[in-house]
Ligand binder design. Sequence first.
Ligand code: ADP
Ligand code: MG
Length: 324
Amino acid sequence: MTTLSSEFDLIARHFTRPAANAVLGVGDDCALVDITNGMDLAVSTDTMVSGTHFFPDVDPENLGHKALAVNLSDMAAMGAMPYWAMLALTVPSVDHEWLAAFAKGFFDLATEFNVSLIGGDTTRGPLALTVTIMGEVPAGAALRRSGAKAGHDVWVSGNIGDAALAVAHRNGKLVLAESDYHEAVMRLYEPTPRVGLGQGLRGIATAAIDISDGLLADLGHICRLSGVGATVDLASIPVSSIGAKHFGSDAGRNAIMAGGDDYELCFTAASNSRESITEMAEGLGIPLTRIGQIKRGKGVSLLGPDGKAVKIDGRGYDHFSAPA
Ligand code: ADP
Ligand code: MG
């Protein structure tokens, strides 16, 4: 049974580390942080629920990584520099081996990005975790979803679709070769948040979003908030060698275009920024690919190699939409 003392023991044992960049970290009623003059505080929260956001048999170290990675990705999408995280953890029982592995995945990534865990909450119940992340961005310089204008290019980082292909394989929608599945599932469990890229895009990108719900849905959010439409050229979508094998099938293409969990960035920029974006891609070693254009109107249309519209099933993940 979880007693009060084991709750505090759990926090002390697994989640208390020096908070280098905070005035006060874990242990008091609040954490304290010092905000730099001239910066806006960027804040975001993401919840992950067992069975909805991850398979119940997920490796706890992967889960610790992912819980923080999806939040770092939101910082990336705003061009913010992450500093502080809070972790609200609900676990069915105290399993120290599980918690140690989870904490390892979480803190390994936190250390890589200089993020301090400064507080949280620990409760008993069905496995779920909520991370709140806070960071800074120069006042007025955050990348919003709302700045895309007709004529701007649409770009995407990295390659798209491996995470969704792994999910489609797990759900029996398509079959990946065993070694392909093992590679793709790591993109699902250990996404790489594009934090440096997001900061580099300040002053260049006119709108940005991270791809969590699916490329088409997330670009759709940019369009809606910017009051524009977009066309995307199917042939220009960057995919891995695994994605290339499945792009020809309906199930594969649907997963790649409408599935989520890539945590790459999708952004728009004026056409006179092409050269600086290409240079940035080389400097950071992250492929950046131009996939389409912002147009007047609304909605995202997908164009095949012949320039004709292609229809894709699935509109991206929406927790409250009726089942398709
Ligand atoms: P309170 O009762 O004031 O909410 P808690 O007993 O929930 O305090 O937490 C004690 C301290 O431990 C607080 O500083 C809180 O932020 C921190 N904490 C609790 N759970 C976690 C966790 N999972 N990860 C990091 N810090 C945590
Ligand atoms: Mg509490």
